[in-house]
Design a protein around this ligand. Sequence first.
Ligand code: SF4
Ligand code: SF4
Length: 337
Amino acid sequence: MMNVTLGRTGMVVNRNGFGALPIQRVSHEEAVKLLRKAYNNGINFFDTAKVYSDSEYKLGLALSDVRDEIFIATKTMGKNVEEFWSDLDNSLKMLKTDYIDIYQFHNPSFCPKPNDGTGLYEAMLEAKKQGKIRFIGITNHRLSVAIDAVESGLYDTLQFPLSYLADKKEEDLVNLCKEKNVGFICMKALAGGLITKSHAAYAYLAQFGNTLPIWGVQRESELDEFISYNENPPAMDEEIKEYIESERKEIKGEFCRGCGYCMPCPVDIEINNCARMSLLLRRSPTGGHLSETGQAKMRKIENCIECGKCKENCPYALDTPNLLKRNYEDYKTFLET
Ligand code: SF4
Ligand code: SF4
């Protein structure tokens, strides 16, 4: 089995991490089945968050009896000390545990530090002192915040989006983490569903040596695919390299990653899907996107009031309202054919 050491935490984990966001969408029974199968097949790192509705509860339900054999990372979006403690205590309860291995600030717009007036970092230190958490992590979609966190020396792990569509600056961040001995947890290793060949995604990330992808798993077939990589880990070769090159040419420049940080939209546009519809139509089954429901979602783009909120909040600095319009124009050409 292929393992990764998560930087200064010294945690040695299976190279396939389990991203527990999608299990919100399946029944308790199905979630338990998936989580148990993952555990039985060597997967030992599970990433969840307070805001992923019942994901923490399902993890607790499935794996509390093997707590000391797994690693759990969860997150808080608490904006102040009170919310921090309330989130942490709630997560411990849901997860049926008395400690979190990595407790992460969930995509804050700044890097919490001691004496910044929020008290958030001090709360992390206190939680560590009390034994409620083992390590301090941060997740982010903004490169500047991520670099600040790694450079600060205050964080044991960073969770950041990384896939083979990454640019040079994002790859430099992985190397910076290596240099500073900060564990690198990769979210969106399949670029929010745009990448369809997981073996190429796996091989790309494995090259760095210090990256841990947390695959979002919702179906058993997806889980089986990742489990198979424990025995036969895909490695970079000429064929995969060429494939990645062709992908980079096709999906380049300003594309929506589907993260949803620009939402909610005041006129209820489902921006995280509508702003990348052109790619979704060319890279996934079109049935759902072109259905009556899909069309109704896209038509909402006509109601955009140009408030600019989405643009302001997009960590990738996309011109979201225009991107939506371009995607809508393209979408209509699919309806005509
Ligand atoms: S600019 Fe348009 S799409 Fe963006 S948040 Fe405002 S109404 Fe929604
Ligand atoms: S427009 Fe930006 S913030 Fe919104 S989903 Fe896409 S990448 Fe994320």
